[in-house]
Structure formats: C-alpha cells, structure tokens
Design a protein around this ligand. Structure first.
Ligand code: 26Q
Length: 831
C-alpha cells in the first residue's frame, strides 16, 4: 500500500534525477531474484547473512548502472580527474550508506517488512571493510563520499587487504587480537577485474646500457613479478547521480613467471613463490605510528603505487597521444608519505617507459603530485634503508639519488656552503645505515603540501619542514579535515536528522552543511530544546542496551555520557582521563564529596599489538572499571566501561549518544582529530586541549559551547626544550595529584596483581612524563567539574549542544574537498 507513495517520492533534493528509484515491489523482485540466481536459494530459506547478500546484490545492480553512466559522462567531458592514493580506506559497512544515498532506504525497509524481515537485522549481517587503522583511513573514506556527492571525477586507489584491522576481544581485562577475515563469506561490493591486472616487477638489478644514440639507457633486469588484480568498489554520492570507483589491488603470483620454475621441475619452489607473492596484500599493518621498516610493507606500498600509476597513465593515454596535457588532466594526491614512491615511479614510467627527457618528466611529476601530512611524530615518519630499497627497487633507488642530486644542487646554489641545511633537506639520511626519508621525497616531488588543521600546518612549517617552507612557501597550505554528514549524521542519527529537517523545513543541509545554521533561531524555543533532548535520550537508551549486551554493566541513561573513543596512544592521553576518574572516585569514597550528576565514562579503542604501554592502558581502564563499578560507596554515581572492538559501526552507535567527548591529546601532537567533528554534529560537547582542530571547532561553535583547557602547544614545546617541566613539582604541590598517583602505586586497582600499575609512577614521575599528564591534570579536573555543573542545567546544556550542531558546517568533508579541488587539484564537478 505504500508502493504508490514511494513511487512519487522525489528522493533527496540534489538536482536532476537520471534514474528512477526502485519501487517496493521491484525491490522485492530483485531480492528474490538474487536469492535464487546469485545465491541459489529460495529467499524464505536465507539466513540474515544471505539476505544481506541478496539485498546487496540488488543494490549493486543500481550502483553499476549509475557507475557506467558516470564513466560515460566523464568520457564525454574529458575533465581533469583526481586520484587519491592511500594505504588505508576505512570504509566500514556499505549497505545502509548505499541505500541511503540512492534514496532507497525506505522502499527497501518496506520491501523486507512485507517479506517478514527486519532491515536492521539484515544490515548487521554485513562485515565491515576495516582497511585502515583510524583517522587517516577514515578521512580517505569520507573524502570519497564527498567527491561523489559533489559530482567530482575522483578515484581512490588502495590495497585489498585480505585481513583488515584485527578484531579486539577483552580477556581478563587485556586486549586479545583476532584476525579479521572480512571477505571470508564473500564481498558483494567488489567487482574483480582480472583482465585489467597489472604486472609489477620487483627485485633484480640495473644494467647500465647505452642506447642507439649513445645516451644512457639503464635496464632493470632479472626482476620477479607480482600481479596486482584490481577490485572495484562503486562509491555512490548522495542523491545517486554520481558513482565513482575505489580501486583496490590484490597481489597475485604470476603464473607465466612461475611456469619457468615449473618447467625446471621444482614444483614446490614454484608454489612457495606463488604463496610469497600473494602474502603482499594479505594483511593491513596494525600500527599507526611505530616504525615498521619491514620489507613486506615496502612491497605493499610499491604494489599500490605501481598499479595506480599504470592505471592512471593507461587511462590518460586512451584519449591523448602525448604527455603534453598530463598535468592538466591528472592530479594525484598522496595520503601521507606512505605512497611517496609515486615520485620515483612516475619518473621511471615517464623517463624509462615513455622516453621523456628528465627535466620535462620532473616538471610533470611535480605538477601532478601533491602530499598531505598527517603526523609530526618522529616515530611515524617512514624511512627505508638504502640497502633494502636497492634490493627491492634498484631502479627507483637510482632515480631517487638523481632527484636528490639535482635538488641539493639547487639548494646549494641558494645557500652556498650551508652544509647543515643540505644534510637536513636531503632525501637521503646519512649515518651508519643510509636511509631514504619518505617525507622529504614527497615534499620534493609535490607542487602542494598540506597539513590537516590550521595549528598542524603551522607546526609542519615551523618544526617538521622549516627549510622546505622557506624554499617554497607558496606550496604549503592548510586543508582542515572534515567528515561526511551523510554517514555521521543522516545515517547514524536518523532521529536528529529528521528533527533538523523538520525544524529548518528542508533537508538541504545534507549536501550543504552550512545550512545547519538555520537551527540557531530555534535555540530559544523550549519545545525544540525538549525535542532535541528527547532524541538524545533515545540514543542514550539504545547505547545503554549495547553496553549491557557487550559488558554486562548497567548504566543510567540519564547520567552524563562522557566518551573517549579512539586508538589507544600515549599522546592521546587516555591515562589523563583515568587520572581524573580516579580523582573523582577518591573524592567520593575518601572525602564523601559526591559529584553533582551521575556520569558514565565510556572508552573504546584498539592498541597496536606491539605497543606495550597502550595495552597496559586498556588493562588499567578495565581494572579501574572493575573496582569503581562494584564499589557500593559509589552508589552508581560513576560507571567506567570499556567497549571492545572499536570500529566504524561501533562509533556510529556511540557518537549519537554522547553528551561530551574527550579530545585531550598533549597540545601539538594530534594533527587534526576528526572524531571531534562527528561528535559536534551530533550535539556532544568537546572537552579538549588546544590541539589539532579543537581550536577551530571552538572558533566556529563559540567559546562558551566547548570546554578547552591546559597548556598550549607553544608552552609545551618551550618547557620541553628548556627542560623546565618537572612532574614531581606538581606531585608535591598538589595533594589531589599525589593521592591519584599513590592509588596507582597502592594496588587499589590490582589487588590480585600487586605492582601491576607501578609503570605509571615510573613513566610519569621517574621518566619525566613525556606527555605532560601532570602538567594538565589540575586544569583538567577543574574543567570536568565545570562540565558536570553545566550538565546539571538541562536547558542551558541543550543550548550548548544545539549550537554545536548548528555551527559545524565547516567540518563537512564537502568543504574540505571543495578546497582541495579549487586550490590543489584544479578539478570541477561534471554534472
Ligand atoms: C607507518 C609505517 C609503517 C606502517 C604503518 C604506518 C602508519 C599507518 C597509519 C602510520 C600512520 C598511520 C595513520 C595515521 C593517522 O591516522 N593519522 C591521523 O590522521 C587523521 C586524519 O588527518 C588526523 O585527524 C589525526 O590527528 C592523525 O593522528
């Protein structure tokens, strides 16, 4: 009966519609069809997972039509295209997003309902594409969404890891890692294209030949071969008019090459070789900072770069018979320095394979490439030993040396005899182990370099690459991160989305987030504030159930939900949060001081498997939770929960239910932070330091609607440089701080494992507290007290929360992509 209404549903109002949305009955037919002919079953006999596959196949058909239409449109217009190279794409689940962007969420729900099936259960049957560690990979996913939404010709290039980021279980309070075999039960979104496989030579040696004209003609010989097989994932924009492609490569062994070994009769060796090649795309590296330097990682990076560039050049050559227009048709964005080998590979392709003169090739390379920096932490900056590169990519090493020779000559001509400067700027780090600095390679090979927040860009220019910023000031810019409001507001928080649309009187905000400002006049309306708080309450009740299901802790949905979810890292200071919680706990049980509002502290996050301290922090959080949650003196005023297996879909459930979110990295360490933006859109207030994008969020939403505290980056740096930070001074001066530290030493939280948390005192008091916990603890405690006071006034709190929603337009990834498109890529929508 709803069919007729849905047939007339105009869908999202984003311009012209070339495609007709599936009606409810057409949807049912498509699901039955795919259950039968793609899965070989009657739909009535399908499990939730199988129904997910059937629905996904039905949706995929619609995506493919639009993908082919989009490519035709691009062929016609021959626009400049951007290619986003990233070792990580943290997509999460796709079905809800694809349905929503197609405008088919309601018809699909209705189709399934009449078949007696609940869409939400079907959605849960999808395994997540966790092809990333955190911020950097999720940013790439948001950017793909925005590119497609804005009708921009943009392609993602990445690795099709067979195993995504490990799954986290909590066992005895400790993290246990389990493999994430996410494609084991099939992946309906990927279209494998074996006919477009890319042959990638590695290892071997360079023969120094001379060509017919007497010129130098290096020959890369005796290489081994890896095959990169593309798997295309359609990326649909909001409204469904544009479907771009994310191309992920799987490593396969080369049968022809292995045939030689087969013919030589060494069958086992041939199979071994085959397995070794296929290992390359087996697993995502689970560390987001600790330097790896491993050969397998290098092969992964090269696989991505070689396949992507081959594809880009091939497509360009289809419609152009020389390279004159290459930089005006092709932009390539390097997501951090991980794909920086693209600098050497593009030079190799142009010079060795397409006989371009070095100077011309270099101009084109620089004009094509641009680089985004995501971190200042020295241990996260990739450097490859020259000896490893020489073995794996001998011709690339040669090219890197030549790039460096010419570059340093240029520097030397500007700053004669400034050998220190040459040493700092060189792509090659000298020392007992010579190493290639991937950041310097990316800087030298790009025409544009950007940081991901205003503060971060400033720090890149002053501390990470001051010499480069002096040499090429015009190349540096900031592109403050953003997140997609489709996934993080429209889909994650449908109740708030509906309230916003009804209040503003239009859903135009979905593709133009600045329109959320239209909420501001309604802040004074008590009815609206109540409706807003009611939505938040529903979301909190839902999270309350989830918390009980996964951790058996009962929490009060009327308590303040205080959320700290992100990778576990010392610089992100989950430990500072725990110190504050312990302080509150001791205030209750020792001083009889009760906080003005009950509070639930919610943590989630993964620790890199080799990061001892991060894993101890998880154990600390779970241990404090054990004691606090079971102490009758606390009377339920404090709850501490650690939700296992933090991932995109878990964030989608937590973010809409948060009252405040913790963004408390040591100032100067978090490049941007994007979680904060998702929270702000969902009406959660930031408790944060003057770091990353926090200051920019404050500037947008208003000082009175965030809680910022602590030392600023400049102060931290000075204290570090001068050696003037002495954590023991804070310990001796402040009895509260002393009491917290003594609690860790006293085995209060580890009665059965004495000494378990002694490392905290050792790190903080004996080893100088490298992340300045004690320096910020006092102002943090004050701030958290102010938060509790403010939460006690629901009307005042609702105003603050609503201003956060209304004023976060800037933090849409659409704005970020518009800036990249205009200022770096020079691309335009093709509508
Ligand atoms: C390096 C070497 C070997 C193996 C892995 C890596 C590696 C992998 C991932 C190094 C770093 C990463 C990820 C970094 C990251 O996520 N950075 C975050 O990027 C976000 C988007 O710009 C920012 O918001 C965060 O502040 C930043 O921490």
């Amino acid at each position: 009966m709803t069919t007729r209404r849905l047939e007339q549903d105009p869908g999202p109002d984003t311009g012209t519609h070339r495609h007709v949305a599936l009606t409810v009955s057409a949807f049912q037919d498509a699901i039955r069809y795919h259950a039968r002919y793609s899965l070989g079953k009657k739909w009535e006999h399908c499990s939730s997972r199988e129904l997910f596959m059937a629905v996904a196949f039905a949706v995929r058909d619609a995506l493919i039509d639009r993908m082919l239409e989009t490519e035709d449109r691009y062929q016609q217009a021959d626009p400049k295209r951007v290619h986003y190279l990233s070792m990580e794409f943290l997509l999460g689940q796709s079905l809800r997003n694809n349905l929503s962007n197609l405008g088919m969420l309601d018809p699909c729900r209705e189709a399934l309902r009449t078949m007696g099936v609940d869409l939400d259960e079907v959605l849960e049957g999808e395994s997540e594409a966790a092809l990333g560690n955190g911020g950097l990979g999720r940013l790439a996913a948001c950017f793909l969404d925005s590119l497609a939404t804005m009708g921009m010709p943009g392609y993602g290039y990445g690795i099709n890891y067979e195993y995504g980021l490990f799954k986290q279980a909590i066992d005895g309070g400790y993290q246990k890692e389990k493999p994430d075999n996410w494609m084991a039960s099939g992946n309906p979104w990927q279209i494998e294209r074996p006919d477009e496989a890319c042959i990638v030579p590695v290892y071997g040696r360079v023969e120094h030949g001379i060509d017919r004209t007497g010129g130098y003609n290096p020959m890369w010989m005796d290489w081994k071969i890896i095959i990169g097989v593309p798997h295309d994932m359609p990326i649909i924009g909001y409204g469904g008019n544009t479907v771009n492609v994310l191309r992920l490569y799987s490593a396969r062994s080369s049968e022809e090459f292995d045939m030689q070994i087969f013919n030589e009769g060494d069958y086992l060796k041939a199979v071994e070789q085959q397995i070794a090649s296929e290992t390359i795309s087996k697993v995502l590296y689970p560390a987001d900072s600790i330097e790896a330097g491993r050969e397998l990682r290098l092969l992964q990076e090269y696989l991505l770069v070689a396949c992507a560039l081959r594809d880009i050049v091939r497509r360009y050559r289809k419609s152009h018979d020389n390279f004159d227009q290459f930089p005006s048709k092709v932009a390539i964005q390097l997501n951090d320095s991980h794909p920086a080998l693209a600098v050497a590979e593009l030079m190799r392709v142009l010079v060795d394979e397409h006989a371009q003169p070095w100077e011309i090739a270099w101009e084109m390379t620089q004009a094509t490439l641009s680089y985004t920096n995501h971190t200042l932490m020295p241990e996260a900056l990739e450097k490859w030993s020259v000896s490893l590169l020489e073995a794996v990519l001998p011709r690339h090493l040669q090219i890197i040396y030549e790039i460096n020779r010419r570059f340093l000559a240029q520097v030397a001509s500007m700053w004669p005899r400034d050998y220190e400067r040459l040493r700092r700027m060189s792509v090659i780090e000298e020392g007992e182990q010579k190493r290639v600095r991937m950041v310097n390679l990316a800087l030298v090979g790009s025409h544009a370099v950007n940081g991901v927040s205003t503060l971060h860009t400033q720090l890149v220019k002053t501390y990470l690459a001051p010499d480069f910023a002096q040499l090429w000031p015009e190349r540096f810019s900031t592109k403050t991160n953003g997140v997609t409001p489709r996934r993080w507001l429209l889909q994650a928080n449908p109740l708030l989305a509906d309230l916003i649309t009804n209040t503003i009187g239009s859903n135009g905000w979905i593709a133009d987030l600045g329109k959320l400002r239209g909420l501001e006049p309604h802040v004074q309306n008590a009815k609206f504030r109540q409706a807003f708080l009611a939505v938040k309450r529903v979301n909190k009740v839902r999270l309350t159930r989830l918390i009980y299901d996964v951790s058996r802790v009962v929490v009060n949905p009327d308590a303040l939900f205080d959320v700290h979810i992100k990778r576990i890292h010392e610089y992100k200071r989950q430990l500072l949060n725990v110190m504050q919680i312990v302080h509150q706990y001791l205030c209750i049980i020792q001083d009889g001081l009760e906080p003005p509002v009950p509070r639930v502290y919610i943590f989630a996050g993964k620790a890199a498997p080799g990061y001892w301290t991060a894993k101890q922090i998880i154990k600390l959080i779970t241990s404090v939770g054990q004691v606090v949650n079971n102490d009758p003196q606390v009377k339920g005023l404090i709850r501490v929960v650690f939700l296992p297996d933090y991932r995109v879909s878990l964030a989608e459930q937590i973010v809409p239910a948060a009252d405040v979110n913790q963004q408390i990295s040591m100032a100067g360490t978090e490049a941007s932070g994007t979680g904060s933006m998702k929270f702000a859109m969902n009406g959660a207030l930031i408790v944060g330091t003057y770091d990353g994008a926090n200051t920019e969020i404050m500037e947008e939403v208003g000082e009175e609607n965030v809680f910022l505290f602590g030392l600023q980056a400049e102060a931290v740096r000075q204290m570090r440089e001068r050696g003037s930070y002495h954590p023991r001074d804070y310990y001796h001066r402040n009895p509260h701080i002393r009491r917290v530290m003594e609690a860790f030493a006293s085995n209060l939280f580890c009665p059965n494992q004495p000494g378990l948390f002694r490392w905290i005192g050792e790190s903080v008091l004996d080893h100088g507290d490298p992340y300045f916990h004690l320096a910020d603890l006092e102002s943090y405690i004050d701030t958290q007290n102010r938060v509790a006071q403010a939460f006690n006034d629901p009307a005042g709190w609702a105003c603050k929360a609503i201003f956060n929603v209304a004023r976060t337009g800037k933090f849409s990834s659409d704005r970020a992509i518009a800036e990249y498109a205009r200022e770096i890529w020079n691309i335009r929508p093709v509508l």
